[in-house]
Ligand binder design. Sequence first.
Ligand code: PLP
Length: 424
Amino acid sequence: AAPQQPLTDLTPDQLAEFTAGKRAAYDALVARGLKLDLTRGKPSGEQLDLADGLLALPTGHTDGDGVDVRNYGGLTGLRELREIFAELLWVEPEQVVAGGNSSLTMMHDSLVQMLLHGPVDGMPWRGQDVRFVCPVPGYDRHFTMLASYGIDIVTVPMEADGPDVAAIEALVKDDPSIKGMWIVPTYANPAGSTISHEKAARLAAMPTAAPDFKIFWDNAYAFHHLTEEESKTEDIISLCSAAGNPNRPIMFASTSKITYAGAGVAVLAASTDNVAWYLKHYQFASIGPDKVNQLRHVQFFGSAQGVRDHMVKHREILAPKFAAVDVALARELDGLGIAHWTRPTGGYFVSLDVMDGTASRVVALAKAAGIALTPAGASFPYGDDPDDRNIRLAPSFPVLSEVEAAMAGVATCVSLAAAEKLAG
Ligand code: PLP
């Protein structure tokens, strides 16, 4: 059994004994020939089944306004769907655009329009020196999208109540090349944290050297609670408006992890000026979204409450898997002083910090034992975690018994890697 004392307190003999025990446990793990995967931050088949009512919808082909959803048109998306999301996101329906199946695409379109045409309140960013602030650990696709357009990333630490806002304030105050920031405000990927009211209000009001500074408020996990205590997302649009910066935030969300990850509906919400700006450019890219899919979502949910009720069913499937991660890690690692991890109350990930300099080794050990983990560093720009410390765990996709088996194995790899490192 693991000694309930920090590994650093062990004598060399005790450490050698501990390491030998872990090595034996690891060899036994490898001998089991597991084939498990904790890399995929996507819904399980059981979760997707919850939305199969969609496959029998829509009933009829007109929406509440009599629009034939089979035809072209309606760039803003169906009114009824915009109303549902307006209620969920605390905005007015005219502040919402209901789009296609991916919020990431709406973020991409927004960014590219800012580069080519300029944001609603600024000149084109193309040709200017442009940098973005990103909290780390964070979502790899934000980083790769920025990198693909040559936009440099300035990182700030993610904390339990949102990003280090003092660091952000200091960065944006004097540097006009910092044009924006990305944030996952609720149950962040992968840290699980939700931004506090105080921090959101500071982001809304902070002076920025760039007059057209933008907050990409990626609310991908707004409704993805894992407990009955539901975190509320700060109302960034009202906060920015009240602070005199109405065009600073653009909010994104989707039903990718509510209905179908590949066939949901995405929304953008912002000031009416930002919405008009988005549509002005988007009209050249589309004659209208997939309104058939939008109508079946309207009929499937019925109301904003329908969305909330649906999320309870996801919670019932996901919560035991997240609990299993915590139990497995705590059983093996509590007291050793070599790792800590989040116990998120929502979202899709557990963020595991192992002993500095061992994250890559843990991932390699796990791989050799048949357990696929997200590459170490994946939650940092350019895949580079300077401390080689962070591992993103995604327990949603495998069935519960697989999560349990995989996490017991991961815990063994974490303690073995730390023991090896301490033994030098
Ligand atoms: N934003 C975050 C933070 C995510 O974690 C994900 C998916 O993992 C997405 C956006 C992708 O959203 P969508 O499927 O709507 O493009």
